[in-house]
Design a protein around this ligand. Structure first.
Ligand code: EPZ
Length: 423
């Protein structure tokens, strides 16, 4: 298992290009199942989760090649609808295979998905939606046997604007008989990107980005080419790195309109942000001001995927800040690790009260999930002395070569690969 070693205290400076969005690429790769054709997806980052998705597709008979952020896939032949348990359990987005397999093959055999341990990762909205479209889903000894001779379009009202459930139902509905309306749909930019790809394949989807999406089923879809949107959470994390070190960094290839809630919070803390086209420049301050209250919520609210990073940043602010986490019920596992570095954080149920301190100290800490790991990197960049972050594979799920990315901006960080454990 690798360890990241960070020597804190250097303001980050320079320009960096932000890679494509993991959370846009994953459903789009799953969507290639829907069409018997060839596809080219550009801007796909080389991440652990992407490799797992490509491995699952290959097990289904869909060959692919991933080179220089371009994925070429051939989904003309699908040899099985059974997803291997070992792969299903490695990430949350494997549940995204259910809708496309039911739509294309009329059946699917899957297991409950894995993913970051950030609280209950229920899938009832996925299952209820697909059942309403006529799918039969029986779970026996942890295996989900799904069948649907023909999915039928209908109105589906989501109890919660779930990103994954919205995407799964959207994909299934593209080949259903009739029209499907998703009410209380998630509005994330990744949903718009999926709609754009589906329509390039010949689907008829409208409304993504709003809380109501309508999909008119068609007979078949065809191969398509697409470039995924930039990763707004990686961009937000790099913005946080510039801010927490009081640096001056220009993020290139971003879409500022995807990051309005993130930018707003950082502006309230006193940083300067200048946007022009696809460039976002952040100029940090010597010490950020506390932000009275931030509540995470579905897009366009402040994203839960930026909550750990913001907490690290506010732990060195002047004053006390409050963060309410309303999306996941277990997304505070980074708090105890930040406290080991001197952060002063008090948790009351889903609320974190962060009393800013002028300095953090390096320590040996552990990444417990993807964004928790990112928050520890940020704290290490600002801390005095050395920070050792273990279980870095969590971070590699969502950040491509994170150490090289930050080194380009002047950070003193290196990766120590523990090929063997010294006894
Ligand atoms: C997606 O996860 C993202 N993952 C997550 O990013 C992100 O945190 C999340 O959306 C919210 O924005 C991918 O896109 C691969 P949800 P997803 O369904 O689809 C409850 C990262 O760091 N819920 O919107 O799993 C659920 O328990 C990851 O990149 C149900 O109750 O999120 C949670 O409390 C972490 N029943 C809330 O909804 C369901 O059937 C949000 O979940 C589904 C979800």
């Amino acid at each position: 298992m690798d360890t990241l070693v960070i020597e804190g205290g250097t303001p980050l400076e320079g320009k960096i290009r932000v890679h494509g969005s993991k959370n846009a690429a994953l459903p789009i790769l799953a969507a290639t199942i829907l069409a018997a054709g060839e596809h080219r997806i550009e801007g796909v980052p080389d991440l652990l989760d992407i490799r797992v998705m490509l491995k699952i597709l290959s097990e289904l008979g869909i060959g692919s090649r991933h080179h220089d952020h371009v994925v070429d896939l051939d989904s003309r032949i699908i040899t099985t609808s059974k997803v291997p348990e070992s792969l299903m359990g490695q990430m949350r987005s494997s549940i995204m295979l259910m809708g496309p397999l039911l739509a294309r093959m009329g059946e699917a055999v899957l297991y409950r998905p894995g993913g970051c341990a950030i609280g209950s990762r229920r899938i009832d909205l996925h299952l209820d939606g697909l059942k309403k479209m006529g799918a039969e889903i029986v779970e026996r000894e942890g295996v989900m046997y799904c069948k649907a001779l023909k999915l039928v379009g209908t109105k589906i009202v989501l109890d919660y604007p779930s990103v994954g459930a919205t995407e799964n139902i959207m994909m299934a509905a593209t080949l259903a008989k009739g029209t499907t309306r998703i009410v209380n749909a998630a509005r994330e930019p990744e949903i718009i990107d999926l709609q754009n790809f589906l329509n390039k394949m010949g689907a008829r989807v409208v409304g993504a980005g709003s809380n109501e999406i309508t999909i008119e089923g068609v007979e078949r879809l065809h191969g398509a080419s697409h470039r995924v949107i930039p990763d707004r959470i990686v961009a937000g994390t790099l913005l946080s790195a510039a801010a927490i070190t009081g640096g001056d960094v220009a993020l290139c290839g971003v879409n500022p309109s995807h990051m309005e809630a993130i930018a707003d919070v950082f502006l309230r803390s006193g940083v300067e942000i200048r946007c022009s086209n696809d460039i976002m420049r952040i100029i940090g301050t010597s010490r950020p001001k506390a932000v009275d209250k931030v509540t995470t919520s579905p897009h366009p609210g402040f994203p839960t995927d930026m909550q750990p990073q913001l907490m690290a940043y506010l732990s060195i602010a002047e004053g006390t800040s409050i963060i309410n986490e309303t999306v996941f019920d277990g997304r505070f596992r980074h708090v105890s690790e930040l406290e080991r570095m001197g952060a002063q954080i008090y948790i009351d149920y889903h609320t974190a009260i962060i009393r800013g301190t002028s300095r953090l100290s390096g320590a040996r800490v552990e990444a417990t999930d993807l964004r928790a790991g990112a928050s520890l990197i940020l704290a290490g960049l600002a801390a005095e002395g050395k920070t050792f972050i273990e279980q870095v594979h969590h971070i590699d799920r969502g950040y491509e070569n994170v150490d090289q990315m930050l080194t380009k901006l002047g950070a003193r960080i290196y990766r120590r690969s523990e090929i063997y454990k010294a006894n």
